[in-house]
Design a protein. Structure first.
Length: 89
């Protein structure tokens, strides 16, 4: 059986006012501390993950507040009355 080919997925958020940004989603059981992003001098936060093919939902956690990815065109309703960002690998 061939190995599953993972793909590198980049996550980027422009939030110069933020003190901390993390990434939470179906790929890490919505753990708000599992994937902190790193900030550059222009206030752009970045991280990446290697993910297997599939559909994933996620949100940024900016200073404790959940935030959709403004660069992600696809969304899915969540049980909290808002939306998750969605991408496919």
């Amino acid at each position: 059986m061939p190995a599953i080919r993972k793909k590198r997925v980049n996550f980027v958020l422009h939030a110069p006012e933020a003190e901390q940004v993390c990434l939470a989603g179906t790929f890490n059981d919505w753990d708000t501390a599992a994937r902190p992003l790193k900030r550059d001098k222009n206030g752009v936060w970045r991280t990446w993950m290697s993910l297997a093919p599939g559909e994933y939902q996620y949100l940024f956690v900016v200073d404790g507040a959940w935030r959709e990815d403004p660069q992600c065109p696809e969304r899915a309703a969540n049980p909290y009355g808002s939306f998750n960002s969605v991408f496919r690998v």
